[in-house]
Write a protein that binds this ligand. Sequence first.
Ligand code: DHB
Ligand code: FE
Length: 254
Amino acid sequence: MPNARAQELVEGLQKTIFEFMREHKVTHDEYRVATDLLAETIQAGEQSLLYDIFFEAEVTDIANTGRDGSPEAIEGPFYLPGAPELEAPFMLTQRADEKGDVLLFMGRVTDTAGRPLADAEIDLWHADADGRYSNIDPSVPAWNLRGRFRTDAEGRYKVRTIVPQSYEIPKCGPTGRVLDALGRHCFRPAHLHVKIRHPDVGEMTSQIYFKGGRYLESDSANAVRDGLIAELIRHERDEDLAAHNLDKPYFDVT
Ligand code: DHB
Ligand code: FE
């Protein structure tokens, strides 16, 4: 069945690609390199990785244009639905000896008019202190550093996790090879991924990066935007630790 939007997009894309091919006098060999690369990403399980690295940030920039509220950010290839639902006090599923500084991620979810959203679902996932994602890297236990929890009556939330580190996408696969050919490295700056859902406002997907972090300026996915960078602040005063029932210094992010 013909679909008007599909016609607009696919035919428009084809026209743009034809113009590009003419402008650059793309040869048959180069055409084959490109189609082989796409086939290879599928064999390597990297189809989403390649596309998200090169194109997803543009989709979120388009979605953010003319929109109020916190900016959205790329989902990336490592989101998985069905993360564990946590019980209060919230702590992301983690190993008993999880490496990394304690991070208390806390804040408030509101609508664009500033009204608190009670009982919003927050779905948080991020890499560990070695830059590895659970359910992607087989050396990390299932669902590690992934979880869902809810805001309270005032829209507030607090969850304990660890400060993630920068993440290097696989360098040896097809995506890494393309980045290498472009003279680019494979790192993404350290980040938290978050999805927020509430019946009144729907779902939004974003990321939080840390001020001063490595690779903010040269993100392999080119997805860092000003409104997504927060400051990590270290707390070590006894009264602060006691207020959160902690026996070691922690960071929060504001
Ligand atoms: C990509 C995004 C991520 O958040 C990540 O951790 C790795 C890769 C990507 O855009 O492909
Ligand atoms: Fe990520």
